[in-house]
Ligand binder design. Structure first.
Ligand code: GLU
Length: 506
């Protein structure tokens, strides 16, 4: 029987969660749900120097907004907690010491200054990339070179030390990544990474492997930037005598032009957010988020799912449940995924159009200070949503449904308001006044009769009519707008529009 699927999203609280991080969380979530597994969040905060207050709450809130909540994690519970590494601090050291005992790791006493000097000397000898590794370790101050009693003395006298991995010499490490296939790295290219730091904290590598083991993680699904660390992690599992989880390294997210990684700074600079929700820095800067820009979380998630994965069909619109059904790691590509801001808007437009009018109306009620009945708001949504991207656009784009226009599109007036137009509009106004039932259908029939009686084409009259009533040259069906506004309002608007425009064209 295969092991139960347990996957984790393991962000470090070093700042707001980038959209790439949300995608990692999403793929973990989808993979867990698809395989009746468990999705866990673990906060990796062993690097105290990079800790940013508020980042953990931001991560949790972002995941909640996206609807991809884990079933184990801080504040959620689970049998494998605590789920914040700094709260597990005490448990890592015995693991590091076990490796020393088994001669897979060693104590290193070299001070920062000593290492700096060695590095400097190497640089002067033409070796700019000096490393603490299987060759250089033999001439440094560690438990492999110092006599045992000296090592004991240093430990007893609380001399600062780190524990380093004893990287084997000249071995090909072979690991089979679900997305990338076989990855082979020779250990001569790897250094003796620090596993345990002099401040008493494990490094990311040790804590990550120990926790994945203790939390019974079956698959490690994470960003490509962690691929270089995977051979070390593989060797750590081997050194402990543990089964290695399966690895899947997700492709990078690239800038829209394909030129390099999508970074934190790109977002607002290129005109779209790269964060799920707004982030306010302690310096008072704002990094904008999709939530505050008005995106529906389902649109955001749908867009993210396609950054690196495709279903193998032409279907593009997926709910979270449908994604869960369709998702598989086999269909995640190796190649970097280009972010496309227009496509993101397209997903959002789709979600807006398919959201029931009553739901949009309720949202709109919170956005306007005007007293409008739900029926009116539903009608406004019905008229405007085809032309909107965000819920708030319905009110801004459709402002003429709420109030009389204050300005009239000057370009349309200069191009389309002919000498006879005013006369046509005055005559059309007389027809409108005669109408009994002011329905879209009745207005349209009367309008067609009017065109016939004047022997003019629709273009010469409909656009001026729209301009008088709405102030602009485009919008939803004009007869529907007129019927929505009501006869009195339309007549009033036409009269004041005519007097404004007459003074303009004189
Ligand atoms: N803490 C790492 C990060 O910040 C996690 C890498 C992993 O998933 O192993 O992305």
């Amino acid at each position: 029987m295969s092991k139960p699927v347990r996957v984790r999203f393991a962000p470090s609280p070093t700042g707001p969660l980038h959209m790439g991080g949300v995608r990692t969380a999403l793929y973990n979530y989808l993979f867990a749900k698809k395989n009746n597994g468990t999705f866990i969040i673990r906060i990796e905060d062993t690097d105290q120097t990079r800790f940013v207050p508020g980042a953990q709450d931001y991560i949790m809130e972002s995941m909640k907004w996206c609807g991809i909540m884990p079933t184990e994690g801080p504040g959620i519970g689970g049998d494998f907690g605590p789920y914040v590494q700094s709260e597990r601090k005490e448990l890592y050291k015995p693991f590091a010491e076990q490796l020393v005992k088994d001669e897979k790791a060693y104590y290193a006493f070299d001070s920062a200054t000593e290492l700096e000097n060695v590095r400097e000397q190497a640089k002067q000898m033409g070796m700019p990339n000096w490393q603490y590794n299987s060759i250089t370790r033999s001439s440094l101050r560690n438990s492999l070179t110092l006599p045992a009693d000296e090592v004991q003395r240093l430990l007893d006298s609380n001399e600062p030390y780190v524990i380093r991995m004893k990287m084997p010499r000249n071995r090909d490490v072979r690991l089979n990544d679900i997305i990338r296939g076989w990855v082979v790295v020779n250990t001569n290219n790897l250094d003796d990474k620090v596993l345990f730091k002099s401040d008493g904290m494990p490094t990311y590598h040790l804590a990550n492997v120990v926790d994945d083991y203790l939390m019974k993680i079956s698959h490690v699904i994470r960003g490509e930037e962690w691929l270089p660390s995977a051979p070390l992690h593989y060797l750590l599992y081997e050194a402990f005598g543990w089964d290695c989880p399966e690895f899947a390294h997700l492709p990078l997210l690239l800038r829209p032009d394909g030129n390099g990684k999508l970074s934190k700074r790109d977002g607002d600079r290129l005109g779209f957010p790269v964060f799920p929700i707004d982030w306010h820095t302690s310096e008072g800067e704002l990094y904008s988020g999709y939530r505050e820009k008005g995106y529906h979380p389902a649109a955001f998630i749908n867009m993210l799912a396609f950054l690196g994965w495709n279903p193998g069909t032409t279907q593009e619109i997926f709910s979270l449940e449908q994604l869960t059904e369709a998702f598989s790691l086999d269909r995640v590509s190796k190649a970097g995924a280009k972010f496309d801001a227009d496509k993101t808007k397209w997903f959002q437009q789709h979600y807006l159009r398919t959201t029931p009018d009553i739901e949009l109306a309720m949202e709109l009620q919170g956005l306007t200070s005007k007293e409008l009945s739900v029926e009116k708001l539903i009608e406004i949504c019905r008229l405007m949503k085809e032309r909107a991207t965000f819920v708030s656009d319905i009110l801004t784009e459709g402002n003429y449904l709420l109030e009389q226009p204050k300005v009239y599109d000057a370009e349309i007036i200069s191009k389309k308001w002919k000498s006879e137009t005013t006369e046509y509009m005055k005559d059309w106004l007389i027809e409108i006044e005669k109408l009994q039932e002011f329905t879209a259908h009745n207005i349209e029939t009367a309008f067609k009769d009017f065109l016939a009686s004047k022997s003019v084409g629709i273009g010469a009259v409909l656009l001026p009519f729209r301009l008088l009533v709405t102030g602009v040259g485009m919008g939803p069906g004009m007869f529907e707008i007129a019927s929505f506004l009501g006869k009195e309002e339309v007549i009033g608007r036409m009269k004041s529009g005519l007097s404004s425009i007459e003074s303009l064209v004189k």
